[in-house]
Write a protein that binds this ligand. Structure first.
Ligand code: ADP
Length: 652
């Protein structure tokens, strides 16, 4: 051996960066760790699920590489995950034969909190709107969960890539050490020394083989590698008298999990609980899903799919951080964590997985996008999701409404985008609040109970159903007994404009110019009144100085003196939404306002008397216009001028 040879490069790196000195956790990790150590979370047991899932991911990576390189002799069964219990040392060890980690990867993965599950957890924790307990259950917190039960965590890992082996040890939040170590083959051992028991907590349970077996079965049954542990057994002692048999205890290496992925099992074998537990552990939700869909499809393309509609929206669902997609497996092997092409945007809330033997294991992302099988699968998933949602609407209204409150905006957005290309698919899934019932109604329900003389589906937009119901324009419709849909999501009116009609009935905003409410007689009467008062209307329009495109008389009002309506494509609600979304120096898009006056209101007679008194008429016109805007939820451009004008009148 040439002892004078320079040390290997990685060895040098090791010595420079990873000396035995204790390192501090990154500040964010430290906080998370503190939380874990002092956790009051009652389901400590999930620590095992988290560690097994990491072990399985690491084994997947090794298995995948072996398949890619065409290595022979590597089967799933040859890559077991092993649990060892040592009651005397109070240690639970979890060993895998996965890809392992280099010292640098240990530093990166275990010392910082930049990883998916844990990062999401931290963000939620920072948002501070939920208590610790529910967030732990919601996300799973990965590796750090070990600190809920262990006072010391030791990780010995040998990287498949470099053969380098290191030991990472931490006693808690004050830091960790990394040093070189030995391990015969690639993989990782996680050695947990259990916390001391307290009056309230007993950590010995994680050293009891039966308890550990039941945790593994509960959370990790579907893991596709054997999870093995020595289980106590009893047998007849060799050579003992068959008449009076003597028994001896022994330990037998036992595979604890069934390994058959749940999606490959027959539906008849599975209960709702099986689906719900699988969903919660795999997708880190703490609530049961609103719906599960299990498909075993054979035909043009053969696949199994297991889809879930969550009961509530993930905290980042309506942000750009949310990534849609389903896990994609080829014959049981994970080939993509989030395959976006399997889900249309309007169903981006669906979580789950697809497994198809028709897809090649080595397919690249680019090729996958154009894959014919994938397109067929995506189409059939879309149809199935729609029909299952309709089924839920029909059979479990409360649950559907809960779903719709969480994800309805996404469905409306889906009906709006791409010039309404998906409206046929989505319109039956939409729901709105309504003037007739204090609950959500579907378009089908609305149309089925329209009055005989009613031509349009009426809708009104505003901040909230309560505010909309107070709009002056509502009075006439209410008198007629027409139901009005209340729309208070910013996307609503854009969506309705794209839907245009439903079952041949056109949508009509209650602020539209012509509501189709007036009889011929009323129309003629308005025409006559307009002709008689043309000079007044012209003067009011001039006085408003370009703020409105028209001033006209209306029969749609009852007790109010005036209201605003609009002409053209942009309504007042749309103007508000567009204004809120306006960026930088983009031109402002304004609705074309029409001031409508109620000719039978006393104020109108007052106005008539002011023809000729230009200044006074302007004061009245400004006040009425501002009030009409206020009713629509639009703040006056000059509140001081408005207040002064009102005060002026009050002090007359
Ligand atoms: P997450 O699993 O959400 O990424 P974790 O905190 O559980 O976060 O783990 C952090 C990272 O540490 C993992 O992403 C993985 O790279 C690495 N890791 C954890 N356990 C193992 C293991 N048994 N074998 C190899 N790498 C592991």
């Amino acid at each position: 051996m040439d002892t004078g040879a320079p040390p290997h490069f990685t060895q040098l790196v090791f010595e420079v960066f990873f000396r035995m000195a204790k390192k501090e956790f990154q500040a964010e990790s430290k906080r998370l760790l503190d939380l874990m150590i002092h956790s009051i979370y009652t389901h400590h047991e999930i620590f095992l699920r988290e560690l097994i899932s990491n072990a399985s991911d690491a084994t997947d990576k090794l298995y995948y590489n072996a398949m890619q390189e065409g290595r022979t002799g590597v089967t799933r069964d040859s890559l077991p995950i092993r649990i060892t219990l040592d009651k005397d040392k109070r240690q639970l060890t979890l060993s895998d034969n996965g890809c392992g980690m280099t010292a640098e990867e240990m530093e990166e993965n275990l010392g910082t909190i930049a990883h998916s599950g844990s990062l999401a957890f931290k963000q939620q924790m920072d948002a501070g709107d939920q208590d610790e307990v529910s967030i732990i259950g919601q996300f799973g917190v990965g590796f750090y969960a070990a600190f809920m039960v262990a006072k010391q965590v030791e990780v010995i890992s040998r990287a498949e890539t470099t053969g380098e082996c290191s030991r990472w040890v931490s006693d808690g939040a004050d830091g960790y050490t990394i040093a070189p170590a030995e391990r015969a083959s690639s993989g990782t051992d996680i050695i947990l020394t259990m916390k001391d028991n307290t009056d309230n907590e007993n950590f010995d349970e994680y050293l009891d083989p039966y308890r550990v077996q039941s945790i593994v079965r509960k959370y990790s049954d579907y893991i596709r590698y054997p999870i093995q542990m020595d289980m106590p057994r009893s047998r007849v002692k060799e050579g003992s008298d068959p008449e009076k048999p003597e028994y001896e205890d022994y330990m037998e290496l036992t595979t604890l999990n069934s390994m058959v992925p749940i999606w490959k099992k027959a539906k008849s074998e599975l209960t709702d609980d099986d689906y719900n537990n699988f969903y919660k552990s795999k997708f880190y939700d703490f609530k049961d899903p609103a719906l599960h869909i299990h498909m075993n499809t054979e035909g043009a393309v053969t696949f199994n799919a297991l889809l879930f509609v969550p009961a509530s929206a993930p905290f980042n669902y309506y942000t750009k951080d949310y990534e849609k997609g389903l896990q994609l497996y080829s014959n049981g092997v994970l080939i993509m964590e989030r395959c976006a092409d399997l889900l249309p945007d309007h169903f981006s809330f669906v979580r789950g997985l697809v497994d198809s033997a028709d897809l090649s294991l080595n397919i690249s992302r680019e090729m996958l996008q154009h894959d014919r099988h994938l397109k067929l699968i995506a189409n059939s998933l879309e149809k199935k999701i729609k029909s299952e949602l309709l089924g839920l609407l029909k059979n479990d209204r409360d649950k559907y409404e809960g779903f719709f409150k969480a994800f309805g905006v996404q469905l409306k957005y889906g009906a709006y985008v791409e010039y309404g290309a998906h409206k046929e698919l989505l319109q039956d899934l939409l729901m709105y609040e309504s003037s007739s019932e204090n609950k959500l109604v579907t378009l089908e329900e609305y149309v089925s109970r329209m009055q005989e003389d009613q031509t349009y589906i009426y809708y009104a937009c505003g901040e909230s159903p309560a505010k909309i119901s107070l709009l002056p324009q509502m009075e006439r419709l209410r008198d007629k007994g027409y139901e009005v849909l209340y729309m208070s999501d910013p996307i609503d009116e854009f969506c309705v404009k794209m839907l245009r009609d439903y079952q041949g009935k056109e949508f009509k905003s209650i602020t539209d110019g012509d509501l189709g409410l007036e009889s011929e007689e009323e129309k003629q009467e308005i025409q006559k009144l307009t002709a008689d008062n043309q000079a007044l209307l012209d003067q009011i329009k001039d006085a408003l100085d370009g703020k409105v495109t028209k001033v006209q008389l209306t029969s749609r009002l009852k007790s109010h003196p005036c209201c605003l309506s609009t002409e053209g494509a942009v309504s007042l609600e749309m103007e508000k939404v567009l204004k809120a979304q306006r960026m930088g120096d983009e031109p402002e898009i304004k609705a074309e306002r029409v001031l409508e006056l109620n000719a039978s209101h006393p104020i109108f007679h007052k106005l008539s008397a002011l023809v000729g008194d230009k200044d006074k008429l302007k004061t009245y016109a400004d006040i009425l216009y501002t009030q009409a805007q206020l009713i629509e939820g639009i703040a006056p451009e000059d509140p001081v001028a408005y207040a002064n004008a009102v005060c002026g009148l009050l002090s007359e």
